[in-house]
Design a protein around this ligand. Sequence first.
Ligand SMILES: [Zn+2]
Ligand SMILES: [Zn+2]
Length: 88
Amino acid sequence: MAASASPAEWLDAFCWRCGSAEVVPSRDGRLLCGPCRHDLFDSTGSGETPLGAVRRLYWEAHALERCWRCMDRSVDPNDDLGLCSTCR
Ligand SMILES: [Zn+2]
Ligand SMILES: [Zn+2]
């Protein structure tokens, strides 16, 4: 069924860095295999898992939008504590 791959589909089915078909799906939309994702996102060598790195990147992008304590109320963009007025 999915045996044939056009050039356009190739970009959607293989790691864009090394061409491996062993891509790991992720919410950031990047198609990367496990080793390439590890190389790109775990350069700190902290032993963080690929999933952990993606989660960390997600939170770095969104952490200030919601209170990290109640995970519910929005936070003033100027509040560097990242807490809503109720949790402070
Ligand atoms: Zn790769
Ligand atoms: Zn809160």
